[in-house]
Write a protein that binds this ligand. Structure first.
Ligand code: ADP
Ligand code: MG
Ligand code: MG
Length: 897
């Protein structure tokens, strides 16, 4: 039979799976000799068994009782003793912290009898009845679901009768009356008396904590935080210590460093003469922890020493919960504390300076996602007013704009050059145009997997969702915010200014000033690394990542301006230059001529006119990237994408015909668009297929590349272009294009070797990689197309329609367009890499899909043996950091082997 109960002296911090975070850390503090009240933990295994069977596993309660007797022996008190009763705290504690999601019951063991014993033993009637009323309320709420309002109403009545405003001003008689009133509430709501057996109280409380794992809010929280549903919670049972025993008692929370900025110092809150739940529920005002030094210097210094011990032991920022009972300090909880992205960088660098961790470990403690957050502009916390509401931070950034309530209004306003925030109860696929037009998206419903959140993240729009304090009335064109105090609600109308913070979820009325990110300014070379502690931490950790990483990081850049930025951001070249923009703008007319060409001569004339323009583009790009590889992708999209849309042309031609005019050129275009229409353009005439179907198209591009290279060489530059063929599925396609390109390149004297390679983005290419590697100088995985084609869904159609549901159902934990699906698409990648390298061990392999800048995916590409990742310029720093983390992580792993 498994062991279901561990005494605090038996466990340790490694056992979080079994004992939950709280239990494992209580055990660790006990082992360190810190003052922790005695107690034990009922394991998550017991919880899972309980939830599966609806009853405690055999022997569990026997074990609980045996451990309980151990506590009784140690303290010389017994549960239920009428003279000197032991009181217990029963506390939930899962593997991952789920703040406020589950249940805790304090003061277990008080009954109509033992309350007198507690009063006599402590010599404090008031304290005994205060504890008892707390028990009836917490137990009623947690174990039997009695609504809290019923108790608070009684509390208000008793306070009114007594003529006091603060709970602490109630005397023993008032509190005794309150206990009686609470017991009536309990009886009315549950149909039974408040349990007078302390053992029954304990039994019911343990079961209630187990069951709280499946409470609705806990389920929702887990879904949002991607915490597996099957883990279960542990239950910690420990002796009570009392912060409500007078002015020399109290309770508080403390951090070893500022969790917002990472600064060293004393951070926390203290509340005299109170139990812990008073702090959390904000019933009374706390004082800053520094005050404790004046109130109780001995306990304060003891606490400082303990926090030092903890921080050295855990080698990281810790937070603690503590209680002081009549001048004696007790530790009730600790854990490695949550922190902001800024604090994560600052603390990691500080710990290196303090000799606590090395740079490798510091790098492991920060993430690319955090660095990404720090690169967004942000609201200045000093000038931000009190938020109107706080929702779920779903996509980062600080967005300010005018309120619009529907998609059309957003599109219209954006068309006038206004910045708008699209405010909806929730969004659906019809809102897509408005979401694209808006600077930010705000909803009152839904979490991190809602439509709004998924789509906003995909598009890089700032998004706050599920701000439930907001009432969105689209019809009336207004937004109402009740702050819960009963004060008049704030009302915003369409056109009013609003600000949303995608990093914190805060929503503000009006335009809050936005500050550029100091980290971005540093990366852009505008701030020196010494500028502030955050910038200096980023500088050091990013610098270390560059030293240790094996993956090179290139950027996706189509223009000289992008290439310039990419280089400044630390890119080692261009991994993807899309050539389609060279066919847009003032070149449309030439492209239309190319498409409409009826003779070879017409087509050749159009191509000949396009070539010098492209040569200039390539030359400008190569000028920004001297000495670095530049991977140029030959034209990829279907040609009809360069023509006006079908409905627009139809309307223009119909108008001309109605006026009795000759539609002329429009008529020709319309005919071409109709002829070229494809039901599935994504699967149609594009990529290499286009190159093989339109004579001279790829040849023109290859010539332009060669001419630009020659020009750069003459100017003393060091151009290193690579030619990349898109959408290859069969080696024969690549061979045909390659032969033609080589023949053309041979015409140019003094040209450096220009590698010709291919994208791997069609599943068939991945599966025949070994043959393709024979004729390719490099592979670049196009993971967007590989994902679309591998899953068989088109991104534009599916993301807004059913991804939210799929995420909710856990079909995938994160959109496969955001993070590479390692089990499926990743498998294709691994097969292709292994087969290709078997043919050509030195084949250069990279990725140029959006996954190249996704933190989790970067780790995957590192492990898969890639040479480089390529991503948008703004993601280059983040990819550098993640590539470094991937490298040190592997090193750690081999250490422990
Ligand atoms: P949460 O996980 O929601 O923080 P806890 O289990 O930490 O819930 O309990 C909430 C509060 O109850 C703690 O912050 C602490 O102040 C108080 N508490 C917990 N255990 C004890 C105890 N043994 N004696 C006195 N107070 C306790
Ligand atoms: Mg706690
Ligand atoms: Mg593609």
């Amino acid at each position: 039979m498994p062991k279901f109960v561990y005494d605090f002296i038996e466990g340790n911090r490694e056992l979080t799976d079994l004992l939950g975070g709280k239990g494992a850390n209580l055990a660790e503090m006990t082992r360190l000799g810190l003052p922790v009240p005695p107690g034990f933990t009922v394991t998550t295994v017991a919880c899972r068994a309980y939830l599966a069977a609806g009853a405690p596993p055999a022997g569990m309660f026997d074990e609980v009782n045996r451990h309980l007797r151990g506590i009784e022996a140690r303290l010389g008190k017994r549960l239920g003793d009428r003279h000197d009763p032991l009181l217990l705290a029963v506390r939930s504690g899962a593997r991952y912290s789920m703040p406020g999601m589950m249940e805790t019951v304090l003061d277990i063991g008080l009954t109509d009898t033992t309350v007198h014993g507690l009063a006599a033993q402590s010599g404090d009637d008031r304290f005994a009845w205060d504890s008892y009323r707390r028990l009836v309320q917490m137990f009623g709420r947690t174990v039997f679901g009695v609504p809290d309002e019923l108790f608070t109403a009684e509390l208000e009545t008793v306070k009114r009768t007594a003529g006091v405003t603060a709970d602490s001003a109630l005397d023993a008689d008032d509190l005794r009356a309150l206990v009686e009133a609470y017991q009536k509430v309990f009886h009315q709501h549950t149909g039974r008396d408040f349990p007078q057996s302390p053992h029954e109280q304990l039994d019911l409380a343990i079961r209630a904590v187990f069951e709280s794992w499946n409470a609705e809010r806990a389920v929702l929280y887990r879904r949002q935080e991607r915490i597996p549903a099957e883990l279960g919670t542990a239950v910690n049972v420990m002796a009570m210590v009392f912060g409500n025993r007078g002015p020399d008692s109290g309770t508080g929370v403390a951090f070893t460093r500022d969790p917002a900025t990472g600064a060293r110092g004393v951070y926390g809150d203290y509340l005299a003469n109170a139990q812990g739940e008073d702090v959390v529920s904000g019933v009374r005002n706390t004082v800053p922890l520094q005050e404790l030094e004046r109130i109780d210097p001995r306990s304060f210094h003891r606490l400082m020493t303990i926090m030092d011990t903890l921080e050295h032991h855990y080698r990281d920022l810790c937070d603690v919960e503590f209680t002081i009972e009549r001048g004696t300090l007790w530790m009730l909880q600790t854990r490695v504390g949550k922190r902001t992205a800024e604090a994560a960088f600052v603390i990691a660098a500080q710990l290196v300076d303090e000799g606590v961790i090395d740079l490798d470990e510091a790098l492991d403690r920060v993430t690319g996602a955090q660095l990404g957050q720090l690169m967004f502009p942000r609201f200045d916390p000093a000038s931000a007013p009190t938020p109107l509401a706080v929702g779920v931070p779903a996509a980062p950034g600080a967005a300010v704009g005018r309120v619009v309530f529907d998609s059309e209004a957003a599109v219209a306003a954006a068309g006038r050059g206004e910045r708008v925030i699209l405010v909806r109860r929730e969004t659906n696929p019809d809102d897509l145009p408005g979401m694209i037009a808006a600077a930010g998206i705000l909803t009152s419903r839904g979490g991190k997997t809602s439509h709004a959140a998924v789509v906003a993240r995909g598009m890089g729009r700032t998004c706050v969702c599920g701000a439930e304090a907001l009432t969105v009335d689209t019809a009336a064109g207004q937004l109402t915010v009740a702050d819960g105090t009963g004060a008049a609600p704030t009302v915003l109308h369409a056109g009013d200014l609003i600000s949303i913070d995608g990093a914190t979820g805060a929503v503000y009325a009006g335009a809050v000033p936005v500050h550029p990110s100091p980290v971005l300014r540093y990366i852009e070379g505008e701030l020196a690394p010494e500028a502030d502690p955050l910038v200096s931490a980023v500088h050091r950790l990013l610098g270390h990542a560059d030293v240790v990483r094996r993956l090179a990081v290139r950027a996706n850049a189509d223009t000289a301006a992008d290439a310039h930025r990419a280089r400044a951001f630390g890119a080692a070249g261009i991994g993807l230059c899309r050539t389609e923009h060279m066919f847009l703008g003032d070149r449309r007319e030439l492209v239309e001529r190319l498409i409409l060409a009826e003779t070879d001569a017409d087509r050749e004339a159009a191509l000949a006119a396009l070539r010098p323009l492209q040569r200039q583009d390539f030359e400008a790009l190569l000028a920004e990237t001297d000495g670095q590889p530049v991977t140029i992708r030959l034209l990829d999209p279907p040609l009809h994408e360069f023509l006006p849309a079908l409905d627009e042309l139809t309307a223009r031609v119909a108008r001309a015909e109605a006026l009795g005019e000759d539609p002329g050129h429009d008529g020709q275009l319309l005919a071409a668009v109709r002829r070229m229409h494809e039901a599935n353009p994504m699967l149609g005439l594009r990529g290499v297929r286009l190159g093989l179907m339109v004579p001279g198209l790829f040849a023109t591009q290859v010539r332009a590349i060669a001419e630009a290279t020659v020009a750069r060489l003459r100017a003393g530059g060091d151009p290193r272009p690579q030619i990349m063929v898109p959408l290859v599925g069969a080696v024969q396609e690549l061979e045909a294009v390659r032969d033609q390109a080589e023949a053309l390149l041979a015409d140019f004297d003094g040209l450096p070797p220009i590698p010709v390679g291919t994208m791997i983005e069609v599943p068939r290419a991945a599966l025949t990689a070994s043959a393709i590697a024979e004729v390719a100088d490099f592979f670049s995985f196009g993971t967007n197309d590989l994902t679309q084609l591998g899953w068989g869904f088109s991104r534009d159609d599916v993301e807004g329609v059913f991804f939210g549901r799929y995420l909710e159902l856990g079909i995938f934990p994160v959109s496969p367009f955001e993070s590479i699906d390692t089990a499926g698409i990743g498998r294709l990648v691994q097969i292709a890499v292994a087969d290709a390298r078997a043919t050509r061990p030195d084949l250069e392999i990279g990725v140029c899909g959006e996954h190249g800048g996704d933190p989790d995916s970067v780790r995957f590409f590192h492990d898969a043996g890639f040479d480089y990742v390529s991503c948008s310029p703004y993601r280059v720093p983040l990819a550098r950091l993640e590539a470094g983390r991937a490298a040190v992580r592997l090193a750690h792993r081999s250490d422990t082997r």
